[in-house]
Unconditional design. Structure first.
Length: 215
C-alpha cells in the first residue's frame, strides 16, 4: 500500500498560510497575547503534521479503529477523516456532512475575523470603543472567530493532540478577553459599562431576547 503521508512541504505551506493570517488579525503585543497566538500556532502545526506528515492519532489508535473499521486502508489520506469513517457515510469524505460542516465553520470564522478586524482597526485609529459590526452583537468576535475555525478543523480532521488542545485554547482566549475588558473599563469607563451591559461577551442574544432586554 502506498502511503499518502510524508508530504512535509504541504505541512509547512498550510501551517505558514494560517499562521500569517492569524498574525495579521491579532498583532500581538503583550506576553499573554503572544502565548495565545503561540498556542493557536501549536494547534495548526499539530493538525497539519498529522494531516499531511505523520498520522500519529491513527498510529496510536490503530488497534482500536482497525477492529471497528476492518479492511480500511489507513495509509490512504481519505481515511484520516475519522468522523466520516466511523459514521460510515461512504463516498469521498471531502463531500461528507462533517467535512461540509467544517468548510462552513472555517469560512464563517474567517469572515468573522475579517469583519471584526476592520471595525477594531478603525476604532483603534480613532481611539474609541469598537461597538459596531460584529462588536454590536458580541464583545469578542475575533476570539470567537478563532474558536469557530478550530472547531471546524476538529470536525474535518480530529486528532488526539488537537482535541486536547482545543479546550485549553478556549480557556486562554477567555482569560485574554477578561484581561482586555479590564483595560477597556479603565480607558472608557461608563461607556464600557453601558456597552458591556447590553452586549454579551461570546454568545449573541436572539433577536427576541435583545428586544426584551432593551424594553
Amino acid at each position: 500500500m502506498e502511503s499518502s503521508y510524508g508530504m512535509w512541504g504541504l505541512v509547512i505551506l498550510n501551517t505558514a498560510i494560517f499562521l500569517i493570517f492569524a498574525f495579521s488579525f491579532t498583532h500581538p503585543k503583550t506576553k499573554r497575547e503572544w502565548r495565545s497566538l503561540g498556542a493557536f500556532s501549536a494547534f495548526m502545526v499539530a493538525l497539519f503534521t498529522e494531516m499531511y506528515g505523520f498520522p500519529l492519532t491513527i498510529y496510536f489508535l490503530y488497534p482500536l479503529i482497525s477492529k471497528l473499521l476492518p479492511g480500511t486502508d489507513f495509509l490512504n489520506h481519505n481515511s484520516g477523516h475519522l468522523l466520516e469513517d466511523f459514521f460510515g457515510w461512504g463516498g469521498d469524505p471531502h463531500f461528507g456532512p462533517f467535512h461540509i460542516a467544517s468548510y462552513i465553520l472555517i469560512f464563517y470564522g474567517f469572515v468573522l475575523l475579517a469583519n471584526s478586524w476592520r471595525v477594531l482597526y478603525k476604532a483603534q485609529q480613532e481611539h474609541v470603543l469598537a461597538t459596531s459590526g460584529p462588536y454590536a452583537r458580541i464583545r469578542h468576535p475575533q476570539y470567537i472567530g478563532f474558536i469557530i475555525i478550530m472547531l471546524g478543523f476538529l470536525l474535518q480532521w480530529p486528532t488526539i493532540l488537537t482535541v486536547l488542545m482545543f479546550p485549553i485554547l478556549v480557556w486562554m482566549y477567555t482569560r485574554l478577553a477578561k484581561s482586555e475588558e479590564r483595560e477597556a473599563k479603565k480607558e472608557f469607563g461608563e461607556i464600557w459599562d453601558e456597552y458591556a451591559s447590553k452586549t454579551p461577551a461570546f454568545i449573541p442574544r436572539l433577536a427576541s431576547q435583545k428586544m426584551v432586554s432593551s424594553e
